[in-house]
Structures are given as structure tokens and as C-alpha cells.
Design a protein around this ligand. Structure first.
Ligand code: HEC
Ligand code: HEC
Ligand code: HEC
Length: 435
């Protein structure tokens, strides 16, 4: 594909651009980044929310749901009229770490300032340098929120901030080494991993912001995807993952157990796959230090019963669907073909009580994984047309009870509900290239 080749070559020569894997459009600048701010922007994944596929890098416009109506992310390019070109360092700092825009209005916490509050002064300054001097200005007006006018007043956010948002940068925890502290900083601060992986309370706040609570990174559902526990549970968390498994997943998008999909794709495509080797090791070190919240017996793999179930379709309808639609890639033994076709037997993503990610992926597939400029060759197909709600409930129940796994059944109602709320995954994806 010629245009693809050209875009990749340009990215080496010029500074920065946004490639949408399906449509290949680019925004370019000639100034080479010098501040290290581009790396900070990677670790904080600013592009994931402040860009849309086919749009310009950091020009905003992404629609985000809130309980009271949709809002749009804003233009954070240095354009003085429509972007943040008139922000001083102090203004920028206040927006990032306190959630207050230059004109004084409170930002909705869809902008993850409760996590960015932990950013170091040095990273805030580096980010400011990057967004003022290196990101190309784009003239594009912000879109208005779709929140009804009576609810549009932002003063309640001031109260929310006092109650829920922390106010100080990350402080190294004594008793832990440098790698652990660096990992904690990256996960809690710029990486804002808790925004998806930590359960939320009644005020939509994350129930915990660091490892002092067992709720931190304990698993949560957001936008139809369930982000599993990143703690030490043996079945439903990362208890059976080694340090290397975590590193491979985040850096290369594959490991011997699973592959990223759903909303985790944006994180791997534009952020963690660019982390330096020592930073990604630090993240894994920190995650491996989070203890399990529940004691779970490890899995005893049992392939004989599963084989029998597959041979008796009437007794186990899901077994027939599995044999017909899934086994070619995931294997009759449920072991997959690592690292490209993930195994399903004993995979924590499969075992969690909440089946949303499994249903969503089976209905809609996932946006593409693009690591180091290369789109992944093997992807899960979507089954929205081929399989009924009943088929999907049956096959997922089969997988969740197969090979000795013991997760709860999936119901037809759960599938029907997500089918209504979701759309097939787009093959267009935001891929930011820098340097
Ligand atoms: C998870 C999504 C998300 C991420 C990640 C994110 N933002 Fe935002 N940001 C938003 C949304 C949504 C708004 C608008 C909120 C509102 O209107 O209340 C916003 C608003 C802002 C504003 C205020 C802009 C204005 O118009 O005055 C700035 C500045 C900003 N973001 C900078 C950043 C930077 C820098 C990063 C990376 C370090 C970043 N954001 C990462 C979602 C995000
Ligand atoms: C053409 C090969 C192929 C077929 C057929 C297939 N899958 Fe997949 N599946 C994949 C790949 C590749 C992934 C990795 C994630 C992705 O591509 O989005 C995956 C991921 C998964 C996952 C998440 C596991 C993880 O850790 O990433 C589940 C669950 C899953 N598939 C279930 C199914 C079910 C149920 C069926 C049959 C209805 C099925 N798959 C059919 C290739 C396939
Ligand atoms: C935008 C939401 C979102 C953010 C932010 C996010 N994740 Fe995820 N993550 C998910 C979802 C959804 C899954 C389940 C799908 C999958 O396995 O890829 C997941 C899965 C994972 C897994 C695999 C777990 C398993 O049992 O298979 C790891 C490891 C992970 N995330 C680490 C991280 C880290 C580290 C960060 C912060 C740097 C992070 N995530 C930020 C949504 C997110």
C-alpha cells in the first residue's frame, strides 16, 4: 500500500502526525521535538481523548458520555483562537492538575485531572513545552456540550473537586525502591490506569487512587468494556501473570496469555508500546506488588469433560457454536496459538464475573492493534450478524465453564442489552506518530 509507506517515511523525517490506519491523513510539523515533552505526552496518552480518527492530532472533538449528557474534548493545539495558545504555564498546570480551564470554568472529570494531579512539576513543564512549541497549531473551534442548559452550570464540580480530587504531586513512598516508585507514578499519574480499571462510586469518582485501598485497580466497567482487575487474584487478576507477561502485553500487544482489545487498544497503540524498557518494567513491578483481594484456587485444567461436551451438541449448545465458529482460532483445547491467538482456558479476561468485554468483543470485534507502526495481522472477527443473542450467550457460557473454568453463565438478556448499546468496531484507529 503506497500511501501507507509514504506516511510512515514522512513520520521519520518530520515531527508529528496523526495516522488513522484506515484513512491515512497526516498533520505535520517541521520542528523536531527537543523537550522530552513528547514522551510525557505518550505516557499520559493525551492523544487518545483529544483527537478523532481522521482528524488532526490534538485538535479535540471526541464525544464522551457523562451521566447528564455528552461532552466533547477540546482543541489543545497551540492555536491562539481555538486552542490553548494563550495558556501560560500556570494556566496549563491548573487545567491539568486541578481541572480548571484558563477562563476559570471547571472541567468535567472526563478529563482525568484527578490522576494528572499526581504529575511532577518537571513533567507538567515538559508537556507545556511540547504543546506550545512542538505540536502543530490547528484552527478548529470546540464543539458545545450536549448537556441540557439547566444542568450545564459547572459550580457543582467545585464541590466534587474538594471531595474527590487529590491536590498534590506523587511523593515517593519510603520502603519501596526506585523502580516501584517510578511504576506507581506512571500508573497512578500520567498513565491514569485507574480511570478504567478502578470501580467508581455514586459520584462517578474512582473509589481509590492508590494502593492504600484494596479497591484500587480492582476491575470496572466503562463504556461497554470491562477492564479486569490488575491486582494479584490468581484467576481474575494478574496473579498468574509474570513480570514478563505484563511487559509483553503492554509493550508488544501480545503475550502467552492474552491480547489487548476494546478500550485497552488506545492505551497500547499510543502509550504503553512507546514506554522505555525501564519504564515498562517499572509499571510491571508496581502492578505485581498489588495483593489479591480474594483468595482464589488456581485452575485445574480439565480437557476431557470439555471434549465430551463438544461432542454432545444437544446437551451443550454452546459446544456446537464453539466447534463451528471459534475452535479454528482458539483451539479445541482452548489453548489458542500463542502469542497471536489467545487461549481462552484460564484467561482472566474470560473468568471475571462481569462478561461485558466478552460479549462486546464477540458481537463487535475490536479496533485494530497497531504496535510500532504495524497493524496486527490476526484479529478476532465480529459475529454480530452470524450469531443470535442465544448463540453468543451459549458459547460464552461454554467457554466460561469449559476446561475446568468456573465463571458464571452469560444470559441472553445480557447479550441483547449490549447488542442494542454498541456498534461494530471501526477499522479506523488513531495512531500518533512523533519524531
Ligand atoms: C480520558 C480522556 C482525556 C485525556 C486522556 C486527556 N484529556 Fe484533556 N480533556 C478531556 C476532556 C473531555 C476535556 C473537556 C472537559 C470539559 O469540557 O469540561 C479536556 C480538557 C482539557 C483542557 C482544557 C482545554 C480548554 O479548552 O481550555 C486541557 C488544557 C487539556 N484537556 C489538556 C490535556 C493534556 C495536556 C492531556 C495529556 C497530558 C490530556 N488533556 C489528556 C479529556 C481528556
Ligand atoms: C479468525 C480467528 C478467530 C476466531 C474465528 C475467533 N477468534 Fe476470538 N480472538 C481472536 C484474536 C486474534 C483475538 C485477540 C484479540 C483481538 O483480536 O481483538 C481473540 C480474542 C478473543 C477473546 C479475548 C481473549 C484475550 O485475552 O484477548 C475472547 C473471549 C474470544 N476471542 C472469544 C471468541 C469466541 C467466543 C469466538 C467464536 C464465536 C471466537 N473468539 C472466534 C481470533 C479469533
Ligand atoms: C480507556 C480504558 C483503559 C485504560 C485507561 C487502561 N486500561 Fe487496561 N484494560 C482496559 C480494558 C477494557 C481491558 C480488557 C481488554 C483487554 O484485555 O485488553 C484492559 C486490560 C488490561 C490488561 C490485561 C488484563 C487481563 O487480565 O487480560 C492489562 C495488563 C492492563 N489493561 C493494564 C493497564 C495499564 C498498566 C494501564 C495504564 C497504563 C491501563 N491498563 C489503562 C481498559 C483500559
Amino acid at each position: 500500500m503506497l500511501s501507507g509507506v509514504k506516511t510512515v517515511a514522512w513520520s521519520v523525517v518530520f515531527g508529528l502526525m496523526l495516522v488513522c490506519a484506515g484513512c491515512q491523513r497526516a498533520a505535520l510539523t517541521v520542528s523536531p521535538p527537543v523537550s522530552g515533552g513528547d514522551y510525557a505526552a505518550r505516557t499520559a496518552d493525551c492523544v487518545a481523548c483529544h483527537s478523532i480518527p481522521g482528524g488532526e492530532a490534538f485538535a479535540g472533538g471526541l464525544k464522551m458520555g457523562t451521566p447528564i449528557g455528552a461532552i466533547y474534548s477540546t482543541n489543545i493545539t497551540p492555536d491562539p483562537e481555538t486552542g490553548i495558545g494563550k495558556y501560560s504555564l500556570a494556566d496549563f498546570d491548573r487545567a491539568l492538575r486541578q481541572g480548571i480551564a484558563k477562563d476559570g470554568h471547571r472541567l468535567y472529570p472526563a478529563m482525568p485531572y484527578p490522576s494528572y494531579a499526581k504529575l511532577s512539576d518537571a513533567d507538567v513543564a515538559a508537556l507545556y513545552g511540547f504543546f506550545m512549541k512542538e505540536a502543530p497549531p490547528v484552527h478548529q473551534a470546540n464543539r458545545k456540550t450536549e448537556i441540557p442548559p439547566v444542568l450545564r452550570t459547572r459550580w457543582p464540580l467545585a464541590i466534587w473537586d474538594v471531595v474527590f480530587a487529590p491536590r498534590s504531586s506523587y511523593a515517593a513512598k519510603p520502603g519501596h525502591d526506585t523502580a516501584w516508585n517510578r511504576g506507581a507514578y506512571l500508573v497512578q499519574g500520567p498513565g491514569h490506569c485507574g480511570a478504567c480499571h478502578t470501580p467508581r462510586g455514586l459520584g462517578q469518582q474512582e473509589k481509590a487512587l492508590d494502593e492504600s485501598s484494596p479497591k484500587y485497580l480492582a476491575g470496572a466497567e466503562l463504556d461497554g468494556w470491562y477492564a479486569p482487575s490488575l491486582r494479584g487474584e490468581v484467576r481474575t487478576g494478574l496473579g498468574a501473570w509474570s513480570q514478563t507477561d505484563i511487559v509483553d502485553f503492554l509493550k508488544h500487544g501480545h503475550n502467552r496469555i492474552g491480547a489487548p482489545f476494546g478500550s485497552m487498544i488506545d492505551v497500547v497503540n499510543n502509550s504503553t508500546s512507546y514506554f522505555s524498557d525501564s519504564d515498562i518494567q517499572a509499571v510491571a513491578t508496581y502492578l505485581k506488588s498489588l495483593p489479591a483481594t480474594t483468595d482464589q484456587p488456581s485452575l485445574a485444567k480439565d480437557t476431557t469433560t470439555t471434549a465430551a461436551m463438544m461432542n454432545r451438541p444437544s446437551a451443550q449448545p454452546g459446544g456446537a457454536v464453539y466447534a463451528g465458529y471459534c475452535a479454528s482460532c482458539h483451539g479445541f483445547d482452548g489453548k489458542g496459538f500463542a502469542p497471536y491467538m489467545p487461549g481462552l482456558a484460564g484467561n482472566p479476561v474470560v473468568l471475571h464475573d462481569n462478561p461485558s468485554s466478552l460479549i462486546n468483543l464477540t458481537l463487535n470485534a475490536s479496533i485494530p492493534l497497531v504496535v510500532a507502526g504495524a497493524p496486527d495481522a490476526y484479529r478476532m472477527p465480529q459475529f454480530r450478524q452470524q450469531l443470535s443473542d442465544q448463540d453468543i450467550a451459549d458459547v460464552l457460557t461454554f467457554i466460561r465453564k469449559g476446561w475446568g473454568d468456573q465463571a458464571p453463565s452469560v444470559t441472553t438478556a445480557q447479550v441483547a442489552k449490549l447488542r442494542k448499546r454498541t456498534d461494530p468496531a471501526s477499522d479506523q484507529v488513531i495512531v500518533l506518530k512523533m519524531r
